[in-house]
Design a protein around this ligand. Structure first.
Ligand SMILES: [Zn+2]
Ligand SMILES: [Zn+2]
Length: 254
């Protein structure tokens, strides 16, 4: 299984960057995990649109799904996509269909996304089989309903878990148990001081990955404005081993 970072920015992009988006490929299966603002152009720079079989969205914050809009327009109007009859599978959280209708309904295009994609609302009790990838979901605490996503390559072996956005929690530790690669957000330089927490610091990401027994930890969803060396050092001290910082275009093989 090969993971390519298309976008790693938090809710605002770095210069030339993109919000959350990761391409996951294994033996003929090509899947896009999250499709935040800026991701569609990054996807087009890497692959032909018609190669993507499925899109999985962790939660419906703008930085994780906004580029479904230009993606849907491309599937609807581009000659290449129409000629290929492309209609990728789209997996969204429970209630996602109605949320997407409300958003595109703002310009009277309620069914834009569900016409362009074969839309399904996933259920954390069931895995999705995208041969050879098996996709599992587990709810994690964030500001809105959010799911971590685990991908297992049932043919080649290897497990990759994406923690989505979350505050410190035990759920992701159990769900990511013994993953070969764990991709965790490290949005904050310091924990939120007031109100409900929603994100992790590099230290917290490192602690969660150590508790999960992850083989390899990659931090993501952080701003390029942050001190990268400090973030890596904090995460490595907590994880007890080397930690990588996601950068756009980087690939990881599991
Ligand atoms: Zn979020
Ligand atoms: Zn986010």
């Amino acid at each position: 299984m090969r993971i390519t970072v298309l976008g790693k920015s938090p809710a605002w992009q770095d210069a030339g960057g993109a919000c959350s988006g990761y391409l996951v490929e294994a033996d003929g299966c090509c899947l896009l995990l999250d499709c935040g603002n800026g991701v569609f152009a990054k996807l087009r720079a890497q692959r032909d649109l018609t190669q993507v079989q499925a899109v999985v969205i962790s939660h419906l914050h703008a930085d994780h799904f906004f580029d479904l809009v230009p993606y849907a327009y491309a599937l609807t109007y581009s000659h290449a996509a129409r000629a290929a009859g492309s209609r990728p599978l789209l997996y969204v959280p429970p209630g996602g269909r109605e949320t997407l209708r409300r958003i595109t309904g703002a310009w009277d295009a309620e069914e834009l996304i569900e016409h362009a994609f074969d839309l399904h609302e996933y259920d954390s009790a069931q895995e999705v089989d995208l041969d050879p990838l098996r996709v599992g979901f587990h709810e994690v605490p964030h500001f809105i309903r959010t799911h971590a996503v685990r991908l297992r390559d049932v043919a080649g072996g290897g497990t990759f878990t994406y923690g989505a956005d979350c505050r410190p929690n035990d759920e992701i530790v159990a769900f990511a148990r013994d993953s070969d690669l764990l991709l965790l957000e490290a949005t904050l330089e310091q924990p939120e001081e007031a109100g409900c927490r929603g994100h992790l610091t590099p230290t917290e990401a490192g602690e969660h990955a150590r508790r999960a027994g992850a083989g390899r930890l990659v931090l993501t969803h952080f701003s390029g404005d942050h001190d990268q060396a400090q973030a890596r050092g904090e995460a490595e001290r907590a994880f007890g081993g080397p930690v990588e910082l996601a950068r756009e275009g980087a690939t990881y093989t599991v």
